[in-house]
Design a protein around this ligand. Structure first.
Ligand code: PRP
Ligand code: URA
Length: 216
């Protein structure tokens, strides 16, 4: 029986037609590694547009060819992208093309195939953690174990403003992340039906890391 997403969850599904089109291509088992990588990059960039809607701005002045005009500059340096290794790496470059001054941290986690519990092996984020906005990146939110562990690590380091960006979410993962970290908004490109017994998302897209990096 598929589980449902709690009404109180902070889930926002980015259902722009371009995102829906590209997610469909991403799911296709016939999509080769090169195109898979390009699609993850493009979808992440499109989602970043939505995820940065309330990014802080500083007023600036700019000289047009005719006169001085008021304008705005994003405080990009305060934005920190944190991919969950490995698959989250595929989402970094697309967002950096929009916000080149963003900083990048890394969290290394993998799921134990038997217990499905996350095992962490790396953590590095820029200093001044309390003053930053974090976009935590991982294409897949399945049981939610990895996302919860990553958010816990970020909070332990002092982070207070965290958003989680994924491409495909399972209701189970949304429910767990919302329960354990109700302050963390979740942006997904698709909310799928359920998990199978091995913890894979259905219909999903398979193993995101393997498909991105051509491993098996
Ligand atoms: C995948 C995915 C997430 C995790 C999601 O990574 O990229 O990090 O599984 O599953 P969960 O919500 O049940 O924790 P994986 O553990 O396969 O590691 P990899 O990116 O190194 O392949
Ligand atoms: N991790 C993946 O890469 N895919 C899934 O379906 C679930 C977890």
């Amino acid at each position: 029986m598929p589980s449902t997403v709690p009404a109180t969850s902070m889930l926002h599904v980015v259902d722009h037609p371009l995102v829906r089109h590209k997610i469909t291509l991403l799911r296709d088992r016939a999509t080769p590694t090169k195109q898979f990588k390009e699609l993850v990059d493009e979808i992440a960039m499109l989602m970043a547009y939505e995820a940065t809607r309330d990014l802080a701005l500083d007023p600036v002045q700019v000289e047009t060819p005719l006169e001085t005009a008021p304008g705005w500059a994003v405080r990009g340096k305060k934005l920190t992208l944190v991919p969950i290794l490995r698959a989250g790496l595929g989402m970094v470059e697309g967002i950096l093309r929009l916000i080149p001054s963003a900083r990048v941290g890394h969290i290394g986690l993998y799921r134990n195939h038997d217990t499905l519990e996350p095992v962490d092996y790396y953590f590095k984020v820029p200093g001044d953690v309390g003053a930053r906005d974090f976009l935590l990146l991982d294409p897949m939110l399945a049981t939610g174990g990895s996302a919860c562990a990553a958010v816990t690590s970020l909070k332990r380091a002092g982070a207070t403003r965290i958003r989680f960006l994924c491409l495909v979410a399972a209701p189970e993962g949304v429910a767990r992340l919302s329960r354990e970290h109700p302050d963390v908004p979740i942006l997904a490109a698709a909310l799928d039906r359920e998990l199978n017994e091995q913890g894979y998302i259905l219909p999903g897209l398979g193993d995101a890391g393997d498909r991105l990096f051509g491993t098996r």
